[in-house]
Design a protein around this ligand. Structure first.
Ligand code: FES
Length: 591
């Protein structure tokens, strides 16, 4: 059972009598906001597709408009659409009200909020002058009318509606991006999605312009114009006055609600200031104070101006805010099933919690585990070695001899070409033997064997010896392919050792990978160095041969002094390791 499980099953911490009073929404609010946003995104995308039909003709646009209205103006469509608008706008206002601080907000989040704020004042004139007058004045808001009012009228309405089109689309695309960017497939699909995100509004604008010109031409025909005007069922100037009234009232209402949310927000902050607070301590003696249970650790970090990673903006999805709780964990409520799920996804070790999900009720000492600039990739499923394990593995080091002399005489292009051929062949040899290339160091290779769960040291040793054979064969292939280009053939020196090593994700930034450290690794490297002095292609420790169950008489045995060891070390070596390519199969029980 992991600590995550344990925490989930532990007793809830007692609530102190005077907790913070700040309002907060649960996971349901996050889900509702997402799903309502998706409904609106689909509505907008289908609306823009309808606009794009204008690139074909006005008739195509009108036909698409009829289908669009059939869906979105039906009873279920209306409930879905206006329900989504109500929920999405309501939750956005609530989020503004409940937000503790604007510190730590990313540029993308800030842009999305600003765009969102612009939508209601911009969109209301469009909604009131189309669906509004259709419902209340029995008007026919066909596309030709919209194009005449916006494209042909020559006022500000047309350009403003084009701005609205872009504002809504960008706001929605940012939301979809924030939602999907944690998915492992997203980086691969990003180019396609970006292309679609650019093409759809562009097609909508082109359709609008093209059909607008067509309406202009048609209006010059008196017969068409009269028929068109009759079709609108326009009830007179009172309709226009009604539209203006609705627009003004909606904009004023939106401004009042927003102002109330902001005033309420600062009111709560002032109330909070008069209460006793708990202290959250971070490394480097930084501290943040909050009312007990009133704020998450992430909110506290932001309020205190302490940089804290939060790719998903505190929605409990990305895991990048995770912290190791060093002291005070007993004062926290156990993780919710959603938090447990996210922590499991990243193989979080015991004592790790999501900073955006824990609300300290007592003093707490935490250690954020990721740098403040953590990327979405940190949120994806992690290797089982993400947090480090000590296991028994087999380590192989290989070094290409004569490559330095070769590179001194060749053009950089040739050197890179040959080096990449070598890396490809060696990488394939390691993988063919079920190993994992740890890294390429200059013209050297480090590979790990026996990492699979339950593989054990014996399987790792067998695989490493087989890999040495494949690598030796691959070197022959490389030398044969380069032929005349080489003054002398390349040679390979390989060292293999087995034992316990610490395996984990290590590195910095983009250069993080699963690697191994410890004496086993150092010894394997030194055996590779020893291969040079012995004029051997392969030097392996006696343990490797024994664990692989390989007949020892196939090798030459000797003892060498290895740096860092007081006693001589028994090793086996081969001048030509190609014989191991097929033979590195246990011939009997390990010695
Ligand atoms: S900020 Fe994403 S899980 Fe906490």
């Amino acid at each position: 059972m992991s600590a995550v499980d344990g925490a989930a099953e532990g007793p809830p911490a007692a609530r102190p009598a005077r907790e913070g009073t700040r309002p907060r929404a649960g996971r349901w609010a996050v889900h509702l906001r997402l799903y309502s946003g998706l409904v609106l995104f689909v509505f907008v995308a289908t609306h823009y597709l309808n606009h794009a039909a204008g690139m074909v003709s006005l008739d195509a646009m009108e036909a698409g408009g009829a289908a669009f209205k059939w869906v979105w103006r039906s009873l279920p469509g209306t409930v879905l659409l206006y329900g989504a608008v109500t929920v999405h706008v309501g939750l956005a206002i609530w989020a503004t009200f409940a937000r503790r601080t604007w510190r730590g907000i990313t540029r993308g989040e800030a842009l999305q909020i600003l765009l969102g704020l612009a939508i209601v004042p911009l969109a209301i004139s469009h909604v009131s002058a189309t669906r509004g007058i259709t419902e209340f004045w029995d008007f026919n808001d066909r596309y030709a009318y919209v194009l005449q009012a916006l494209y042909l009228s020559g006022g500000w309405d047309g350009p403003l509606q084009l701005i609205l089109l872009l504002v809504v689309w960008l706001h929605g695309c940012l939301g979809v991006h924030f939602w999907l960017r944690l998915r492992p497939w997203y980086p691969g699909a990003q180019l396609t999605l970006y292309t679609l995100a650019v093409l759809l509004p562009l097609a909508a604008i082109l359709g609008y312009l093209h059909a607008g010109q067509e309406v202009g031409r048609l209006l010059a025909d008196p017969v068409w114009r009269d028929t068109y005007r009759d079709s609108l069922n326009y009830a007179g100037p009172q309709v226009r006055d009604w539209v203006y009234g609705v627009n003004d009232a909606t904009r004023a209402g939106a401004a009042i609600v927003l102002a109330l949310a902001l005033v309420g927000r600062y009111g709560w902050i002032l109330l909070d200031l008069r209460r006793t607070r708990v202290t959250i301590r971070y490394p480097d003696n930084r501290t943040a104070t909050v009312l007990p249970g009133s704020a998450t650790v992430l909110e506290a970090s932001r309020e205190a101006g302490i940089p804290h990673a939060s790719v998903c903006g505190g929605r409990g999805r990305c895991s990048t805010c995770r912290v190791k709780v060093i002291d005070g964990a007993e004062g926290l409520l156990p993780p919710s099933p959603d938090e447990v799920k996210v922590l499991r996804r990243v193989n979080a070790p015991p004592g790790v919690r999501l900073a955006c999900q824990i609300r300290p009720r007592r003093d707490l000492l935490v250690h954020p585990l990721l740098p403040a600039g953590a990327q979405p990739s940190e949120a994806r499923r992690r290797d089982r070695f993400a947090t480090g394990q000590e296991i028994e593995i087999c380590v192989l080091f290989a070094d290409l001899r004569a490559f330095t002399q070769f590179s001194e005489k060749k053009l950089p292009y040739d050197v890179v070409f040959v080096a990449n051929q070598y890396f490809r062949l060696m990488g394939a040899a390691v993988e063919r033997a079920d190993g994992r290339v740890d890294k390429f160091i200059g013209d050297g290779v480090m590979a790990l064997f026996g990492l699979e769960e339950g593989a054990g040291g014996d399987a790792g040793c067998t695989a490493a010896l087989r890999a040495a054979g494949y690598m030796a064969q691959a070197l022959q292939q490389l030398n044969a392919g380069l032929g005349q280009d080489l003054d002398e053939p390349f040679r390979l020196g390989i060292g293999i050792h087995t034992g316990h090593a610490i395996v984990g994700e290590m590195g910095y930034g983009q250069a993080i990978s699963v690697t191994a450290i410890g004496d086993t690794v150092n010894t394997a490297s030194r055996l590779e160095s020893a291969s040079k002095e012995l004029a051997a292609q392969l030097v392996v420790s006696a343990e490797v041969v024994a664990r692989a169950g390989m007949p020892a008489d196939r090798f030459t045995r000797t003892e060498i002094q290895v740096r860092g060891r007081s006693e001589p070390m028994a090793i086996y070596w081969l001048a030509d390791a190609t014989v191991l390519a097929e033979d590195a199969v246990p011939a009997g029980p390990p010695a």
